[in-house]
Design a protein around this ligand. Structure first.
Ligand SMILES: Nc1ncnc2c1ncn2[C@@H]1O[C@H](COP(=O)(O)OP(=O)(O)OP(=O)(O)O)[C@@H](O)[C@H]1O
Ligand SMILES: [Mg+2]
Length: 102
């Protein structure tokens, strides 16, 4: 059986001005139909970048992503994503710390 999700040699380089961040370097893995997968790693290791790429919300620099055999080249309709703290709902306290608005 072919995998439901296939991530092949995916790299992502963020460029803003003269700053370059290699967020993902040649990441590959498969996710089978019906499986439950957790991606775990330290802050900044690229988890969100990978999820945004897989759901088609963020273009990748190189590699290939397919869902159900179809290449991901734009937002994927049947994928949902929940962000831990929505940026738009954050408030800043008097020390400059950000918190979720309640
Ligand atoms: N829009 C962006 N522009 C430039 N660099 C970015 C951008 N988004 C993420 N990065 C950088 O890419 C790297 C991976 O970030 P990412 O948000 O994917 O990590 P993460 O594993 O989800 O972290 P966390 O656990 O804190 O959510 C980090 O170095 C981050 O600073
Ligand atoms: Mg994240």
């Amino acid at each position: 059986m072919s995998p439901r999700i296939s991530i092949r040699e995916v790299s992502k380089v963020y460029k803003s001005g003269d700053k370059t961040v290699h967020a993902l370097e040649r990441v590959s893995f498969d996710v089978d139909e019906g499986s439950f997968v957790s991606i775990v790693g330290p802050s900044g290791c690229g988890k969100s970048t990978l999820l945004k790429i897989t759901s088609g919300l963020l273009p990748f620099t190189s590699g290939a992503v397919t869902i159900g055999g179809q290449p991901v080249s734009g937002p994927v309709e049947n994928v949902g994503m929940v962000f831990p703290v929505p940026r738009a709902a954050q408030v800043e306290d008097r020390y400059g710390q950000h918190h979720a608005a309640r």
